[in-house]
Design a protein around this ligand. Structure first.
Ligand SMILES: Cc1cc2nc3c(=O)[nH]c(=O)nc-3n(C[C@H](O)[C@H](O)[C@H](O)COP(=O)(O)OP(=O)(O)OC[C@H]3O[C@@H](n4cnc5c(N)ncnc54)[C@H](O)[C@@H]3O)c2cc1C
Length: 451
């Protein structure tokens, strides 16, 4: 059995690695970074820079913790070197793992030559691989509207924003979804003045309104200019910066502009027609619950599959695909359930959620029980000198089964794992409430919310 993977991001790597563990012969075709472009050039550098910004804002709380005269100066050169070093280290460890597992790595651009044929264009010419199963996991790239012309200097896509050459004096962020608000936080905490163009009435239009309000409050307190109800429709360079034109006539003058308006799938160039693989009008490759395309032995995963664009989801899809190829639909098999995928927004406060959302359940007339506990009620939040935020658990009032939850505040991205586990394993609130937890710990707010 030969499995050929085209695209070595989280989806492709996990599929290749897990299939090799099952004893399958695996060929991985990657044209650039082993570890993934969206992963290593977006996800990881953005979180690295946010960590530095977070360390700077932690310092501002230190006065209240008995430390005097704590100060720090941003050293962009070291930060840039750190971003590059982390990317390189992650790529090296992935290469080492794949090498150890005997995955054949082909450096080149892959495309379909027929239903069972993958062609890789390499520096040495074209190579052909017969395949019993194929995974298309070529990821995505930032969306660029026709009214903008990113130059990597003043007009940036997310991928061009790190490592930063200079700290933008005044950054206009276009787009107020997850990526946009993370960039506001990232550059705001490093010291840039920020204007956020928000096309709706509040940021994070797809999130719990209470959660979005907590973030807006923080932005306003930090001096972020929020331009609400304004849709950007023009962007031009000025002698010393940029000008953003909005559909309601408002204009933002800034030193730099950042486009955070979503991504587009890397499906062109794959010659999907040669294999008879269907593609939707947006360029995504539709898949079923096993990640099979309309051609059953050809799978698609990650951002290309048009499901949740998260590295964590892409990785899980990859592992499930390997399992499906190697051992089929076993008794222990659990279908991928995208509604149960947790997600996090690395802002200040940090935000994370999973499963059923309160507003959505109410609008559907679904009966739910919502319990909310502020972190301020825990000893650990007082000790940490950070009492912001809350934990919310949503459960079924009849059975007590945990349906979802949201967390706003310190370590939200870590703590949501407890609720995510409960949602996946269909645990009850009593299972969380009766777990003996460490004291003092922020997780105690979860136990309290589960009572
Ligand atoms: C700013 C930003 C921040 C993010 N932060 C997070 C986060 O905090 N947490 C999270 O879970 N997700 C995050 N994401 C999303 C995450 O990065 C993606 O969902 C994830 O990387 C998708 O994985 P993938 O395997 O589909 O694609 P990718 O990671 O893009 O990998 C695809 C690979 O395919 C290769 N490729 C493309 N075409 C070909 C071809 N024809 N032949 C050979 N190789 C090819 C590319 O070179 C690339 O390496 C973030 C995204 C952005 C934009």
């Amino acid at each position: 059995m030969r499995f050929v993977v085209v695209g070595g991001g989280p989806a492709g790597i996990q599929a290749a690695s897990a299939a090799a563990r099952f004893g399958v012969e695996v060929v991985l075709v990657e044209r650039d970074l082993v570890g993934g472009e969206a992963h290593l050039l977006d996800c990881i550098p953005s979180k690295t820079m946010i960590a530095t910004g977070g360390a700077l804002s932690d310092l501002q709380r230190m006065g209240g913790m008995g430390l005097a005269d704590v100060g720090a100066r941003l050293d962009l050169e070291t930060l840039a070197a750190r971003v590059t070093a982390i990317e390189a280290r992650l790529e090296a460890s992935t290469l080492e793992l794949l090498g150890r597992q005997g995955v054949e790595l082909v450096r080149g651009s892959g495309r379909m030559g027929g239903p069972h044929l993958v062609i890789a264009a390499t520096d040495e010419g074209e190579r052909e691989f017969e395949a019993d199963a194929v995974l298309l996991s070529t990821g995505s790239r930032p969306r660029v509207p026709d009214w903008a012309d990113p130059d990597g200097d003043r007009v940036l896509t997310t991928r061009e924003a790190y490592p930063p050459k200079e700290l933008p004096e005044h950054l206009a962020v276009i787009g107020s979804g997850v990526t946009g608000v993370e960039f506001v936080h990232m550059f705001g905490s490093l010291g840039s003045e920020i204007t956020l163009v928000v096309s709706r009435q509040h940021v994070l239009p797809n999130k719990d309104a209470e959660v979005a309000a907590a973030l807006e409050e923080n932005f306003i307190r930090r001096g972020v200019h929020l331009l609400k109800g304004a849709r950007a429709q023009g962007l031009s360079r000025t002698p010393d910066g940029v000008r953003v034109m909005c559909d309601d006539g408002r204009v933002v003058e800034a030193s730099h502009a950042l486009l955070a308006i979503g991504s587009v799938p890397n499906s062109e160039g794959l010659d999907l027609a040669a294999a008879g693989v269907a593609v939707d009008p947006g360029g995504y490759v539709p898949v079923n619950h096993h990640c099979q395309t309309n051609v059953p032995h050809i799978y698609a995963a990650g951002d290309l599959s048009g499901k949740l664009p998260l590295a964590s989801v892409a990785s899980m899809q990859g592992r499930k695909i390997a399992e499906h190829i190697a051992i089929g639909h076993s008794v222990a098999h659990r279908h991928l359930n995208y509604d149960r995928a947790p997600s996090a927004i690395f802002t200040e406060p940090e935000i994370a959620d999973v499963g059923v959302a309160e507003a959505e359940a109410f609008s559907e007339g679904r009966k739910i029980r919502v319990t909310k506990v502020p972190f301020a009620s825990t000893a650990k939040a007082l000790i940490n000198n950070d009492t912001r935020g809350f934990v919310k658990i949503i459960s079924d009032p009849a059975t007590g089964v945990v349906l979802g939850g949201s967390i706003v505040g310190e370590s939200a991205a870590e703590l949501i794992s407890i609720i995510a586990l409960a949602v996946t394993a269909e645990l009850k609130v009593a299972d969380i409430a009766e777990s003996m937890l460490v004291h003092p710990a922020l997780a105690e707010a979860l136990a309290e919310a589960a009572e």
